[in-house]
Every structure is written in C-alpha cells, then in structure tokens.
Ligand binder design. Structure first.
Ligand SMILES: CC(C)(COP(=O)(O)OP(=O)(O)OC[C@H]1O[C@@H](n2cnc3c(N)ncnc32)[C@H](O)[C@@H]1OP(=O)(O)O)[C@@H](O)C(=O)NCCC(=O)NCCS
Length: 156
C-alpha cells in the first residue's frame, strides 16, 4: 500500500494527469479492496535488498497493479492499472520484468491498459514490449462514466 501511495504521489505531480488525483481518496479503500477475501485487484511488487535501498530508504521500488477482465473475442484478459518504477531504478529492466511477471501470473491471452498520449516515454516503453495502440489501429476509444453521471445512470 505504501508503494502504491508513493506511485500515486508521483503521478499527481504530473501536470497532464488529471485522473490520478483520485488516488487521494482511493487510498483509504486500497487496503480493503486489495486484501479482502475476494480482492478487486492484485499487485506485483519489485523489491531490492536492503543494501540497494533507495536514497529515501525504500526497498519496495516498483509495482504493477492488475485485475482480471474478459474479452468475448479473446477470452481471459488482464487489465494493468498501474506500472511504476521509482526514478532512480529505471532503465535496469525492472519495468519489463514487472510486466513479464504480471503476464505469467495472470495466465491470460490478452493484456490491456491505458496510457496517456503525452506520456511519451511510457508509450515508447510499451511499444518496445510489442504493445499496440488500438486507438490508431482499430479505432478503439477509452470511455468512462463517473460521479453524478454514474449516479444518474444507476438510478434508471
Ligand atoms: C515506464 C516505466 C515503468 C519503465 O520502467 P523501467 O524499469 O525504466 O524500464 P526497463 O528498464 O524495464 O526497460 C525495458 C525496455 O524498455 C526500454 N525503455 C525504457 N524506458 C524507455 C523509454 N523512456 N523510451 C524508450 N524505451 C524505453 C529499455 O531500453 C528496455 O529496452 P530493452 O528491453 O530493449 O533493453 C518507468 O519509466 C516508470 O515507472 N515511469 C513512470 C510511470 C509511468 O509512466 N508508468 C506508465 C503509466 S501508463
């Protein structure tokens, strides 16, 4: 949970990100949602030995957070909600290893995730892993409903 919060702090600082400020009030729910009998999400944590801890003293230096989904085209699918590696540990293969472990752990036929178009370095990183932008290739758009609109929808 502490690592996740750290990741959220980082994202919130990014000016082009408006969605992840939600983390501030999601934080209170994370423990319940991730560690209950039927967890809503799973996480893989990257940890380094004590002698390689971060400048701030962290040994948990990255994570991938995911949950299961289903495609009527492909079958079992996994959705990667977050992938994060602390800045001082980047470029060492940790992000790639987290994604790889996630794919093995999930045992699914398809990995899905979203990335902001202005997060150029992450887009490059994902393309390097063989991921495809399905907005440009097949015209899929990412949509959501929340807040008042979601409440209105639920009342119908
Ligand atoms: C994206 C992120 C997880 C990558 O993690 P990382 O540990 O630095 O990446 P790795 O060291 O595992 O890199 C794996 C490969 O991607 C390449 N790569 C890494 N960052 C890259 C970049 N910015 N541009 C292009 N290629 C990149 C590496 O060269 C390496 O290539 P190789 O397999 O051919 O050697 C990390 O930069 C991060 O946490 N960024 C901030 C959070 C974020 O934006 N997450 C994505 C939100 S959707």
């Amino acid at each position: 949970i502490g690592s996740v919060k750290k990741g959220c702090d980082f994202f919130v600082k990014r000016p082009w990100d408006i969605t992840l400020k939600l983390c501030w009030f999601l934080y209170a729910d994370l423990e319940q949602d991730g560690f209950s009998k039927n967890p809503f999400f799973h996480a893989i944590i990257a940890e380094v030995p004590e002698q390689h801890k971060s400048k701030e003293g962290h040994t948990k230096i990255g994570y991938a957070l995911y949950f299961y989904s289903y495609s009527t085209w492909s079958g079992r699918s996994v959705y990667m909600e977050d992938l994060y590696v602390m800045p001082e540990f980047r470029g060492k293969g940790i992000g790639k290893a987290l994604m790889s472990k996630l794919c093995v752990a999930a045992g699914c036929k398809q990995l899905k995730f979203n990335v902001l178009d202005k997060n150029y370095s992450a887009v490059d990183f994902y393309q390097r892993q063989g991921c495809v932008n399905i907005t440009t290739t097949i015209g899929y758009h990412c949509m959501r409903c929340e807040g008042e609109e979601l409440q209105n929808l639920a009342q119908h």
